[in-house]
Design a protein around this ligand. Structure first.
Ligand code: OOG
Ligand code: MG
Length: 253
């Protein structure tokens, strides 16, 4: 298989907001090869002046795994151009079929290059906040295998961060919700994220180290959605809320 050609195909699909066929429909490839394709596709973005700002985990909740029919944790890269200001309006013409997810984000207070334990989190993580993740699979009908979605940088497209808060002793049992125009469309407890959202930090540190992705001070980590993702409509206000962390919003045109 030509990994560079697939990386370029996926990069172009994202740039042109035009869906492509699943790669796995015609070629079989491994999870490791999928991460290599992801890295090559990211190089295309970096060449255009974009840069790495953090990591995201996917399929950390049962609800998400069930929705997409895949059953393993995945990770992708977040870049500066994906960062959407809290309250900003996003142009849906630049996406294919975007969906929103309610998430929790973390900020690193020092470089992280190895797997850390729950006990070490206060040493490495400065703060947390509520976040919206916008995902937009580059595959037709938002359908993919685990390898396909990894190669496609885990559908990463945009993220909105709320106000940073000092780390609480626990992030368990917090009500999380996603609303469109003030109406809740999905909600669940933060326990949906790996039974403990702090475990996302441990897993991200493990995966970043395993695949050789530096995770420097100041980087952001998205812990993964607590609920299924919901298709975004035009002219609406999207809000994610996490009990005790507040809310974050963006608008669509
Ligand atoms: C893959 C991205 C999954 C999450 O939070 O679980 C994800 C997808 O569903 O397209 O971001
Ligand atoms: Mg997500």
């Amino acid at each position: 298989m030509n990994k560079q050609a697939i990386a370029q195909l996926l990069d172009q699909a994202a740039m042109n907001a035009e869906a492509v066929e699943q790669i796995s429909g015609t070629q079989s490839f491994t999870e490791n090869q999928a991460y290599e394709i992801q890295a090559l596709a990211m190089e295309e973005r970096y060449k255009r002046g974009d840069h790495f700002v953090g990591l995201k985990l996917g399929f950390t909740s049962f609800a998400k795994m069930e929705q997409m029919g895949v059953h393993d944790m995945i990770w992708g890269r977040l870049t500066k151009n994906m960062w959407i200001e809290n309250g900003a309006t996003i142009d849906l013409n630049s996406f294919i079929h975007p969906r929103a997810e309610p998430e929790i984000a973390f900020k690193l207070k020092k470089d992280l290059d190895r797997e850390i334990s729950l006990e070490e989190i206060p040493e490495y993580i400065e703060s947390c906040c509520v976040a919206i993740e916008i995902i937009d699979s580059r595959y037709k009908n938002f359908k993919f295998s685990l390898e396909d979605v990894i190669a496609d940088n885990c559908s990463s497209t945009g993220f909105v961060l709320g106000d940073w808060h000092p780390l609480p002793a626990s992030l368990n049992n917090l009500q999380m919700s996603l609303s469109f125009d003030g109406e809740i469309v999905e909600s669940d407890s933060s326990n949906a994220i790996l039974d403990n959202p702090y475990l996302s930090v441990c897993n991200a540190s493990r995966l970043g180290a395993k695949y050789g992705q530096p995770f420097p001070k100041g980087s952001v980590l998205l812990a993964g959605a607590a609920t299924p993702a919901v298709f975004i409509k035009t002219n609406s206000t999207i809000t994610a809320t996490v009990e005790s962390l507040g809310s974050v919003s963006c608008l669509t045109n």
